[in-house]
Write a protein that binds this ligand. Structure first.
Ligand SMILES: [Zn+2]
Ligand SMILES: [Zn+2]
Length: 380
């Protein structure tokens, strides 16, 4: 150990080291460490400290529980995989690749004889760690289908989803099984593309919006099963002048948001005397099926420039807001996706009809004007 410390002292004083060689040495040391940890556990060193093997390794090496388990596994399996152990020593393969092979060997248990070490060393040279892991997973399925199935079931039991309130926002935290995760991933991917040149959202914001869009679409379509005889929906209480609103659970909603939600929705007229409800009218959609037919005759996508969201994923935006006396008129309705509808109501964008064309004017941003002779200038 003293020699090693001296050697490291020397290395630290040097510059311009060969990184590949250095990395191979670190990996070699890591393998030695794994062997020592394994021997320590066999001697029962962890018991002296009153810890589990994993807990002992985690505290001795100052690593997470999963890293500790990984090191113990590698220490255990390298003894059974002499060729792999030698490949780390000679620098042929790195620690991570060896860990993948050790993991496979651990999972296969008595069926580990099926591992052709030479072949796996070659795989480690040919494939990235990610692909090597996939390969190992496949090999596991082939060699031990029952065990793999059991593990999949165990993994499946770990799934969860938490939705908690975080101030005025909600926090979503979830672990999904592979099938669910892949389904969600492909659904999100179909909705996370930028919506036209004015879309300045970050990728993470687009993913959050895509998730919300999937949920809102399901609610809007009314395809979710009924709960207490009612289709699940978001209810907002407001007054005819739309000055203030409350969500169904009493949480206040800003006026602009109430106006957007009321723009395309089913409305109930509720007459109250004091706090007593004395009359509930029939639900009436602000945009009727006939209006939608007219909208679809003019548009196939969201009307915002460059936005490709299909018409089935849009809401009918009223150019004259209904509460200001604007009767629903098919020609004054513009289909907007969730993102652009929000930009218009809450984001201060203006929608203007110029003949058949729909124009979007951003709030207080310079608008590029094209003069007749082609010269460009910026106007406020
Ligand atoms: Zn609207
Ligand atoms: Zn749009």
């Amino acid at each position: 150990m003293e020699n090693l410390r001296q050697a490291i002292d020397e290395l630290e004083a040097q510059a311009g080291l060969d990184v590949r060689e250095l990395s191979a040495l670190v990996d070699r040391l890591q393998a030695v460490l794994c062997r020592e940890l394994r021997d320590g556990v066999r001697r029962g060193d962890h018991l002296i400290e009153g810890k589990t093997p994993n807990g002992w390794v985690a505290s001795a090496c100052r690593v997470s529980g999963s890293s500790a388990a990984d090191r113990l596994r590698v220490g255990e399996q390298l003894e059974r995989l002499p060729r792999v152990a030698q490949a780390i020593r000679s620098g042929e393969i790195g620690y991570q690749a060896a860990a993948v092979i050790c993991h496979l060997s651990d999972l296969l248990g008595e069926k580990r004889e099926q591992i052709d070490e030479e072949q796996w060393i070659q795989f480690s040279k040919d494939f990235s760690i990610k692909n090597l892991r996939r390969l190992a997973e496949h090999a596991r399925f082939v060699a031990d289908p029952d065990g793999a199935e059991r593990d999949t079931e165990e993994d499946y039991e770990q799934r969860y989803l938490y939705l908690s309130e975080l101030g005025s926002m909600y926090k979503l935290d979830a672990v999904l099984d592979r099938e669910g995760g892949m389904a969600l991933k492909s659904a999100l991917e179909s909705l996370t593309k930028r919506l036209g040149p004015t879309d300045v959202r970050s990728p993470r914001q687009r993913r959050a919006d895509a998730f919300k869009e999937i949920v809102q679409h399901a609610l809007d379509r009314g395809t979710l099963p009924r709960r207490n005889g009612v289709r699940p929906h978001l209810s907002v209480h407001t007054t005819p002048d739309g000055l203030k609103g409350e969500l169904g659970d009493g949480m206040p909603v800003p006026r602009k948001t109430v106006q957007r939600l009321a723009c395309d929705c089913a409305m109930h007229r509720v007459v109250k005397a004091g706090s007593m409800v004395i009359d509930v009218g029939r639900a009436k959609r602000t945009a009727q099926p006939a209006h939608w037919r007219a909208i679809k005759a003019r548009h196939t996508t969201c009307a915002a420039p460059g936005c490709e969201r299909p018409i089935g994923w849009t809401q009918a935006h009223h150019l004259e807001f209904w509460s200001r006396g604007g009767e629903t008129n098919a020609h004054r309705l513009v289909p907007l996706c969730y993102y652009h509808h929000r930009l218009v109501h809450e984001g201060g964008w203006q929608v203007v009809l110029a003949g058949e064309r729909v124009e979007f004017i951003p709030p207080e941003t310079p608008v590029m004007l094209r003069r007749r002779w082609g010269e460009k200038r910026w106007a406020a």
